[in-house]
Design a binder for this molecule. Structure first.
Ligand code: HEC
Length: 184
């Protein structure tokens, strides 16, 4: 009788443990899974996974245009493996010349929270045009995180990108003059 009670309570404890595991285990497992969805606070893109939402957002958000070599020339046909490794064409203005950074390296090295912070604050006020900081600042956290997860999921790509140049320094490679000029 004592034995039975003991084994019953052992079973009860085991069951309680299992239930506890299931109820607390699901969110923990989901957090480790990259498909875990951050809460929806305002408008955001609907997709089966965060990575799919991210891929879509980077395309319609024009991110490839300045961060993927050959995107415009191929009319958006660059395979995912070659996307977001940075642009060799500089954007020159009163601020100097800046380059669409290699976001493959950045997403491998920086945290998702840092990515959100950079895109919300124009890199703490240090970011230059034509990167559309004013638009990314208005994107929902969830969409910003989806883009990070998508780009990170592409893995590292070590393609080099020219360093930013100070105003007055002549770029060696190709560049686009971004600030308006008035004709004669
Ligand atoms: C018109 C060109 C252009 C577009 C469009 C663009 N970017 Fe950029 N982006 C740049 C340039 C140029 C820089 C570097 C700015 C600087 O150095 O001050 C940059 C910088 C960044 C950085 C900061 C990298 C760092 O150094 O930490 C991130 C992150 C980023 N872009 C993400 C995006 C995302 C996401 C999108 C799409 C929503 C996007 N960009 C669209 C040109 C662009």
């Amino acid at each position: 009788m004592l034995m039975r009670r003991a084994s019953f309570s052992a079973l009860a404890i085991a069951l309680a443990g299992l239930t506890a595991c299931q109820s607390s285990g699901t969110p923990a497992a989901a957090a480790a899974n990259t498909n875990a969805m951050p809460p929806r606070l305002g408008p955001s893109v609907e997709a089966q996974t965060m990575e799919q939402a991210g891929e879509y957002l980077t395309i319609v958000g024009s991110c490839n245009d300045c961060h993927t070599q050959g995107w415009a020339e191929s009319k958006g046909k660059v395979p995912p493996a070659d996307r977001f490794a940075g642009l060799d064409v500089g954007f020159r203005g009163d601020w100097g010349t800046v380059y669409g950074k290699n976001l493959r390296t950045i997403t491998q090295r920086q945290s998702e929270d840092h990515w959100v912070e950079v895109l919300k604050t124009a890199d703490g006020g240090d970011g230059h045009p034509p990167m559309p900081w004013w638009n990314t600042a208005q994107m929902s956290d969830r969409d910003l995180r989806a883009m990070y997860r998508y780009i990170k999921s592409l893995g590292p790509n070590t393609k080099g990108v020219p360093r930013n140049l100070k105003a007055g320094v002549e770029p060696k490679g190709p560049y686009i003059w971004v600030t308006p000029k008035t004709g004669p």
